[in-house]
Design a protein around this ligand. Structure first.
Ligand SMILES: [Zn+2]
Length: 466
C-alpha cells in the first residue's frame, strides 16, 4: 500500500519534472513564442498594411495595371520593413477584362437582375442573348440532364451555398461556377447564369473564375445575386416560360507578366531550410480585396517582420511569399513550385493565409504520423492564443496545395470563416470587414507557427498519404 503510494508520488513528481522541460523557464523557444504572441497582439502593423494596400492600390486583378502597382507596393513595404532579402519572380498570368455585365428578365415581365461576369468568360454578341432559362439544383443535375432539354437555353445552376465556420459549403457549390459552362455547352446551352457562390442575402453578385475546355463550345458565363436567384426560382414554379436577356462585354486579352514577391528572414544555423508562410497579392476587381487576400498579405508580412526583429534569428529561414494570380487559377503557386522544384526537399513546412481575417481556432498539419504527433506538442504555446491542435489532413491553402504531392509538409491555420462567403468576390470585400483585434490574433498565430517551425527538430517526412 505504502509502496504503491510512493510509486504514485514519484510518478507525479516525474511527470511534473518532464512537464517543466516544456515550461518557459527551461524552454527558450516557448518563452520567445510567448513574447511573439504578446508583441503581435499589441502591434498595429498588419492593419496598417491592409489599410495601405486597399486604399493606395485598391483592386488588383491579375495582369492589370493595378496588379503591377501592387507588386511595387509589396516590394517597397518589404524593403522598408528591413527583411534580410526581398526579391520577385516573374509569373505569366492571363489577362481578362471584365467589361459590362447586364441582365434582365424579359418575360413574364421586365425586371433587371444584379449580375457579374465570371472571370475568364467571353462576351455575348453586342445585342445580347435572349433565351428561356432552365434550372438545375447543382452541377451534377446539369451533367445528368438531356441535351434536348438544355439546347438553346440559358442554364441556371441554383446551388445554394451553405454557411459553415470551416467554409466547406463553398467546396460543395463552387463546381457549378468553375465547370458549369463546359457542362452546359456540351448540351447545347447558349449561356450560363449561376446563383452566386455566396452565403449573403444582399442584392450583390459574387464573381470568381470559370473555365472552358478545349474542343467544347465557349458560352458566356455570369453569376446573379442570391435574391435574384430566389425570384427566378419562384417564377419557374409558376411557369417554365421565363425569358432572360444577358449582355456581357468581357474579353480575354492574352498574357502578361506579374510577379511573386518574396521576403526572407535568413536562418541562423540552417539558412537553406525554409519555413514558408504565404498569401496572395492579386484580388478580384469588384471590391478592394481586403479579406481576399489583403488580410493574408498583412498577416504573413507582419508575422515575418516580428521574426525579423528578434535579437537572435531562428535556425531555419522564414520565407514570406506573396503569390501572383491566385484568383485566376493558382498561377503564382504553380509557378513557384516549378521554379523551386530543386529546393522543395529543403522546404520544412508551408502554409498560406487566404480566408479573410477571422480568428484562427485550430491548426492542422500534413506531415508523417510521428512528426504530426510531435508537432502537436511543439505547437502547444499556440493554445493560449486560442488555437487548438487539429488533424493531420491539412491542405495548406490554395497556393501551397500542390506541395504535399511533391512531398512538402504543410499546415492549415484554420480561421473562422462563418461570414467569409458573405463578402468573398463581391464589391463588399472592403476594409471595414476586417476586425483589427482578430487580425492581430492571426499575426500572433503565424508568428508563433513560423518561429516554432523554424526552430523545430522534428522530422516531418515522409508525409502521410491523402
Ligand atoms: Zn483568396
Amino acid at each position: 500500500m505504502k509502496n504503491n503510494y510512493l510509486n504514485m508520488l514519484y510518478g507525479v513528481i516525474f511527470l511534473g519534472l518532464t512537464g517543466c522541460l516544456h515550461t518557459d523557464i527551461n524552454n527558450p523557444d516557448r518563452a520567445i513564442s510567448a513574447k511573439l504572441q504578446q508583441k503581435a497582439l499589441n502591434s498595429t502593423l498588419a492593419y496598417e498594411l491592409v489599410e495601405s494596400l486597399t486604399v493606395e492600390v485598391g483592386p488588383r486583378l491579375a495582369g492589370s495595371e493595378q496588379d503591377l502597382i501592387a507588386v511595387e507596393w509589396a516590394e517597397n513595404k518589404l524593403n522598408n520593413l528591413g527583411f534580410d532579402k526581398v526579391y520577385k519572380e516573374a509569373v505569366q498570368v492571363p489577362v481578362w477584362h471584365r467589361g459590362e455585365a447586364k441582365a434582365s428578365i424579359t418575360s413574364p415581365y421586365a425586371q433587371p437582375l444584379v449580375i457579374t461576369a465570371l472571370g475568364g468568360s467571353i462576351s455575348t454578341p453586342k445585342e445580347g442573348i435572349e433565351a428561356n432559362i432552365i434550372r438545375f439544383n447543382s452541377l451534377t443535375e446539369l451533367q445528368q440532364a438531356s441535351s434536348a432539354d438544355v439546347h438553346g437555353k440559358i442554364v441556371f445552376i441554383d446551388h445554394v451555398t451553405e454557411r459553415h465556420k470551416t467554409g466547406k459549403g463553398y467546396g460543395k457549390s463552387v463546381g457549378g461556377r468553375s465547370k458549369g459552362a463546359i457542362a452546359a455547352a456540351q448540351k447545347g446551352a447558349v449561356a450560363i447564369m449561376i446563383r452566386s457562390i455566396g452565403t449573403d442575402h444582399d442584392r450583390m453578385a459574387h464573381t470568381g473564375m470559370m473555365r472552358y475546355q478545349e474542343g467544347v463550345n465557349k458560352i458566356p458565363a455570369a453569376a446573379m445575386s442570391n435574391p435574384d436567384a430566389d425570384l427566378i426560382n419562384a417564377m419557374l414554379k409558376r411557369s417554365k416560360n421565363i425569358k432572360i436577356k444577358l449582355q456581357l462585354s468581357a474579353e480575354n486579352q492574352g498574357f502578361a507578366t506579374s510577379y511573386n514577391v518574396i521576403a526572407e528572414v535568413t536562418g541562423s544555423t540552417k539558412p537553406d531550410e525554409i519555413v514558408l508562410i504565404s498569401a496572395h497579392l492579386d484580388s478580384w476587381d469588384e471590391g478592394t480585396g481586403a479579406i481576399d487576400d489583403g488580410a493574408g498579405v498583412a498577416i504573413v508580412t507582419a508575422a515575418g517582420k516580428l521574426i525579423q526583429d528578434l535579437p537572435v534569428k531562428p535556425a531555419r529561414t522564414v520565407r514570406v511569399v506573396l503569390y501572383a494570380a491566385e484568383e485566376v487559377g493558382l498561377i503564382g503557386g504553380k509557378t513557384y513550385a516549378k521554379a523551386h522544384q530543386a529546393e522543395l526537399s529543403q522546404h520544412y513546412i508551408a502554409a498560406e493565409s487566404d480566408f479573410g481575417a477571422g480568428r484562427i481556432y485550430q491548426i492542422d498539419f500534413r506531415a508523417s504520423q510521428q512528426g504530426y504527433e510531435e508537432l502537436t506538442k511543439l505547437s502547444q504555446p499556440m493554445i493560449t492564443n486560442g488555437v487548438v491542435m487539429g488533424n493531420n489532413k491539412a491542405s495548406g491553402g490554395p497556393d501551397v496545395s500542390m506541395l504535399p504531392s511533391m512531398g512538402v509538409p504543410v499546415a492549415s491555420l484554420r480561421q473562422d470563416g462563418s461570414d467569409y462567403f458573405d463578402y468573398h468576390h463581391t464589391p463588399n470585400d472592403t476594409l471595414d470587414k476586417i476586425e483589427p483585434a482578430a487580425l492581430q490574433q492571426n499575426v500572433a498565430a503565424y508568428a508563433q507557427f513560423a518561429y516554432l517551425m523554424a526552430q523545430s527538430n522534428i522530422e516531418l517526412r515522409p508525409i502521410v498519404a491523402k
